[in-house]
Design a protein around this ligand. Structure first.
Ligand code: 5GP
Length: 195
């Protein structure tokens, strides 16, 4: 997705530890027009799939997840990282290790919001080791529901997440695929071009 790649090239900051900071348009300040285009692109890429809900994780998955849900005209559910006081014990949960924060969160979703006949499109902002996406997929499976696909805004293709998800049988679509962040430079995976 060209517009997203340009935003990454113009505003992305490479931090030590192969972390890309995109606080100015995705993770802190949010660019609404770009988010709307991200939603449309996910819908285009998963157009063959039956999707009844979008599932993401707070907080950075909410903007792209919401725009995708709006485009599909379905509900968005986001997994919480901290159990809310009003949430009773009737939850699906999975443990997710955060690469950037070096902490493990027990993520939870109320059982009220996923039914066994749901087909959920899982959306997240980044894919690195696949922990967050696998945690979300586990929650879908606990509900007896179906993962329709996994949509990622920025994939760090040099880390093992994508292969893990493909191996587990999921359809993965990433809007920007980064081959390397070496020497502070963002290099994208070459896209195949057809003459
Ligand atoms: P994974 O669970 O695939 O290891 O990592 C994905 C999660 O970690 C995302 O939800 C995202 O919040 C965070 N993350 C991983 N790598 C990066 C990165 O390079 N930059 C930012 N901003 N977040 C990242």
């Amino acid at each position: 997705m060209q517009q997203l790649k340009e935003e990454i090239m113009n505003y992305g900051i490479v931090l030590p530890g192969d972390v890309l900071k995109v606080d100015s348009f995705l993770n802190h300040q949010i660019n609404p027009k770009l988010s709307a285009e991200i939603g449309k692109e996910f819908v285009r890429r998963f157009s063959e799939k039956k999707i009844t809900k979008v599932l993401t994780i707070e907080s950075s998955g909410i903007a792209p997840g919401l725009m995708t849900a709006l485009e599909l005209d379905v509900q968005l559910v986001f997994a919480r990282k901290k159990k809310s006081l009003t949430m009773n014990s009737d939850v699906y949960s999975a443990s997710v290790y955060s690469y950037t924060k070096n902490e493990t969160n027990e993520i939870t979703v109320s059982k009220n919001f996923i039914d066994a006949d749901d087909h959920l499109l899982v959306i997240d902002d980044f894919l690195a080791n696949g922990e967050a996406a696998i945690g979300l997929a586990k929650i879908v499976e606990q509900a007896g529901a179906t993962v329709a696909g996994i949509g990622i805004v920025i994939e760090k293709s040099f880390q093992p997440g994508r292969d893990k998800l493909i191996e587990a049988g999921y359809d993965v679509e990433s809007l920007a695929r980064i081959a390397s962040l070496k020497d502070g430079q963002v290099k994208f995976v070459e896209e195949m071009t057809f003459a």
